[in-house]
Design a protein around this ligand. Structure first.
Ligand SMILES: [Fe+2]
Length: 206
């Protein structure tokens, strides 16, 4: 069976504050790798299913299936990440989004402090502000690697990559805080506000 494959999005992102074009070029290349691997693994797994090799007792199948979550997560999170950046930032948080942040965190600054704290945790992963569309709550989460800790059904609203590849060409390993500051100065708040207000998860598509 022919599967629909994903296409990498051309983000045309450059001129960010504190995140060099060289970093962006390398990072966008890594993202394209996630798209390629997502398609490849999906094809291989489908082939195994058709050839009756899909079984929990088949280590090859189990390994590919486990790895699929990593590649899929890497692809999707990078699309949110590049999608919520604009050179030197754009717009400001909508009144509705600000109100929701206040309801969940008390103040914008308390939310930001927590989001930055999540992004400063040791290890490689992501700091993500999620919206629970059922309870209406906003909450910050640490996503380990690309796939561990994602609350099912929650919408990503703001996504920050804190893998070392996101900043090591521009900063020392101990300077992740400077990268986070730079990230904040490049946030496209129009996109973030739209992600919050939409009924469904919104991410850029090829
Ligand atoms: Fe990344």
């Amino acid at each position: 069976m022919e599967q629909r494959s994903y296409k990498a999005i051309s983000f045309h992102l450059s001129g960010l504050n504190g995140i060099s074009d060289r970093t962006l070029e390398m990072h966008l290349g890594l993202y394209e790798g996630y798209v390629t691997n997502t398609n490849l693994l999906s094809e291989q797994l489908m082939e195994m299913t058709h050839n009756k090799k899909a079984s929990g007792t088949n280590p090859a199948y189990s390994e590919l299936k486990r790895h699929l979550g990593f590649e899929y997560g890497g692809m999707v999170l990078h699309e949110y990440y590049f999608g919520n950046l604009a050179p030197k930032g754009r717009g400001s948080p909508s009144a509705e989004f600000k109100r929701a942040l206040q309801e969940s965190f008390g103040t914008f600054d308390v939310w930001k402090t927590d989001f930055v704290a999540v992004g400063s945790m040791r290890g490689v992963g992501w700091s993500v502000l999620y919206h629970d569309p059922v309870a209406g709550q906003l909450s910050n989460h640490w996503i380990e690697l690309h796939q561990q800790g994602v609350p099912s059904g929650f919408k990503p609203v703001l996504v920050m990559d804190v893998w070392e590849h996101a900043y090591l060409l521009d900063y020392k390993p101990s300077e992740r805080g400077k990268y986070i500051e730079a990230f904040f100065s490049n946030i496209d708040w129009d996109v973030v506000s739209q992600c919050f207000s939409s009924n469904a998860a919104v991410r850029p598509a090829a």
